[in-house]
Ligand binder design. Sequence first.
Ligand code: SME
Length: 157
Amino acid sequence: MSLFSGLIDESAKILLNPKKNFEEKLNNLCNVLHEKISYYDWVGFYFSNFENKTLELKAFSGSPTDHEVIPFGKGVCGEVAVSNKTSIIPDVSLHKNYIACNINVKSEIVVPIFYKESNIGQIDIDSFTFDAFKEEDMLFLEKISKMVSREINGVKK
Ligand code: SME
């Protein structure tokens, strides 16, 4: 079994754990992805506050960040809140609208999470390696995003 398909199974188990609340599940997921994928050096979930037009950090694994609230449109995360599309930044130093959380970060991927067709949050991953994120990471994280969305559906029912 490949690393990614094993992690899909492990993530499904985390999200279906009846003993944990949604935030605990997201934190578990962050820890597992951070620990098991060598180049995932910071893993976090931001969710949209549509009233304030900001993203708010709900769970993460890695160094604490000063950027727990990000306005829509600012940084890679804020751009994805507006574009509704996965963004891969191979070299963050070349990205004009980048918000630096840690000087060691070299590349980043941000994957939106949709709930009832609305872009309600995102998975944000930083790497200390240049050009770390490939199509397989995107496909893997888009699956994780859908699984999180299904869990939100369960929480809101
Ligand atoms: N680099 C992000 C900000 C969040 S940190 O990576 C934790 C951005 O440009 O939006």
